[in-house]
Write a protein that binds this ligand. Structure first.
Ligand code: ADP
Ligand code: MG
Length: 277
């Protein structure tokens, strides 16, 4: 059985300027495989190519060179594009731009309605999707009156109602307050762990990336570091060179080590550090 969810093969993406003939290469010959059920986090400084990569992963844009496959469907095959978008749903940064209806449950129903799903099944899918993000009690509410974290969970429910195998989230918590961030991260983790959804999470919060199975760090359109959170954040200097932070607790352990305290270089949680000390 094939256990690959998303495959990028030698993918290059160029933006062409409308004004002059300038070409900006946003991704340079990138290859990457995301396994079914995996939770992958993508990090990188502004302009490193993260959003370009995300849009490639559900066929919103096509590579200039190379190929992208979603469960063996090439995103270049036009007849497959709706299958691809249903398999790999996308959640964006701004929840206000993603909500289309005036009542929560209608909003969640929008995707499956467009897929031509029969009404009875839509109702069931809306129930399940709202349940999965713990928003059932808000089904009759107006989306614009909800908090940022709640809106973003409704946006996720809207994607879930299309029964995707994979959810790609491009900085879904960037506009949220700390509580909203926690709510959305809890939903994401639950979908991955309890429902087996493949997750691709673009984030600039290191404490969110730590939750992933694997991290890639993009820099100028290339994969600069790849590995488990422990492997990646062990390279404190390298991560910082790429314009990123490391988790606070990793930073603390790093400073302690510099002061001569004998402590492991792959500490990721406060509990771990407390135990070691
Ligand atoms: P990130 O999400 O990591 O901030 P992006 O994928 O948005 O990075 O952008 C990668 C590079 O491509 C940047 O240099 C950015 O300026 C450029 N870029 C992104 N979108 C466009 C566009 N629509 N037209 C031209 N250049 C773009
Ligand atoms: Mg971006």
């Amino acid at each position: 059985m094939n256990d690959t969810m998303i495959r990028l093969e030698n993918v290059t993406y160029e933006y062409k300027s409308n004004i002059d003939e300038d070409i900006l290469t946003a991704l340079k010959n990138v290859s990457l495989e995301v396994k079914k059920g995996e939770f992958l986090a993508i990090l990188g400084h502004n302009g490193s190519g993260k959003s370009t990569m995300a849009k490639m992963m559900n066929g919103l844009i096509l590579p200039t060179n190379g190929e992208v496959y979603i469960m063996d469907m090439n995103t270049r095959v036009e007849e497959k594009i709706w299958d691809i978008r249903a398999k790999a749903g996308m959640v964006f940064q701004n929840p206000d731009n993603q909500l289309v209806a005036t009542i929560v449950e209608e909003d969640v129903a929008f995707g499956p309605e467009n897929l031509g799903i029969p009404p009875i099944e839509i109702r069931q899918r809306v129930d399940e999707a709202l349940e999965a993000v713990e928003m059932s009690q808000y089904r009759k509410h107006a989306p614009h009156l909800l908090s940022g974290g709640q809106k973003q969970r409704i946006a996720i429910a809207g994607i879930l109602a299309m029964k995707p195998d994979c959810i790609i989230l491009d900085e879904p918590t960037a506009m949220l307050d700390p509580n909203g961030r926690i709510e959305v991260m809890n939903s994401i983790k639950k979908l991955n762990q309890e429902e087996g959804k493949t997750i691709v999470l673009i984030t600039h919060y290191m404490d969110e990336a730590v939750e992933a199975d694997r991290i890639i760090v993009l820099s100028n359109g290339e994969i600069a570091i790849e590995g488990s959170p422990r492997e990646v954040f062990r390279h404190v200097d390298k991560v910082k060179e790429l314009g990123l932070d490391v988790p606070q607790v990793t930073e603390l352990a790093y400073e302690l080590r510099k002061e001569g305290i004998d402590i492991r270089d792959d500490v990721l949680s406060i509990e771990e550090l407390v135990e070691l000390l």
